[in-house]
Ligand binder design. Structure first.
Ligand code: ACO
Length: 155
């Protein structure tokens, strides 16, 4: 099992996973953000195949990241990959991007997963740190996660 982070990879395997698992997101929008240089993707790779990924935009000056897409391929869900992926993302975002928080618009059916990853519906981050940076999106619930400054998220 491997975890990799790319800023612009051209791998379309995880775009297909996003497109299948996030049917409300237009495919062109997924492709645009994944290929966009201001976004990064962390992916779980097993035996040369992408099992899932998270695409996010680090706002380095504001020290927070916005998770745009998060998905695990259908037959590998609820086996713990999503949790390990999120832990890799937190470690990378803290140690490489210097972020302290994540924000995401979670789909209703994924709120339980995000709560288990330490996200809350209460937003503690001061509004002037994120307002105007992330777009309002009415298809989901805004959730926040504080990244621990010291915790080792991966071994
Ligand atoms: N609702 C409630 N709880 C969930 C869900 C869910 N949809 N998915 C997983 N969980 C729980 C698991 O039961 C598990 O609980 P436990 O620790 O008590 O056993 C915990 O969350 C972690 O589960 P993992 O196995 O690590 O999660 P998984 O590998 O399945 O990844 C994910 C979760 C990404 C939501 C995956 O199921 C998926 O791709 N779903 C479809 C697409 C989706 O909804 N993506 C998120 C959309 S929102 C966004 O992208 C910003």
């Amino acid at each position: 099992l491997k975890f990799v982070c790319y800023s612009n990879d051209g791998v379309d395997e995880h775009m297909n996973i996003f497109a299948r698992q996030l049917p409300n997101m237009p495919k062109e929008y997924i492709v645009r953000l994944v290929m966009d240089r201001s976004h990064k993707s962390v992916m779980v790779i097993r035996r040369n195949h992408v099992v899932g990924g998270i695409t996010y935009r680090p706002y380095v000056s504001q020290k927070f990241g916005e998770i745009a897409f998060c998905a695990i391929t259908a037959d590998e869900q609820v086996k713990g990959y999503g949790t390990r992926l999120m832990n890799h993302l937190k470690q990378h975002a803290r140690d490489v991007d210097g972020l302290t928080h994540f924000l995401t618009y979670a789909d209703n059916n994924a709120v339980g997963y995000f709560i288990k990853q330490g996200f809350t519906k209460e937003i503690h981050l001061e509004k002037d740190r994120w307002q105007g940076y992330i777009k309002d999106y009415d298809g989901g619930i805004l959730m926040e996660c504080k990244i621990d400054p010291k915790l080792p998220y991966i071994d």
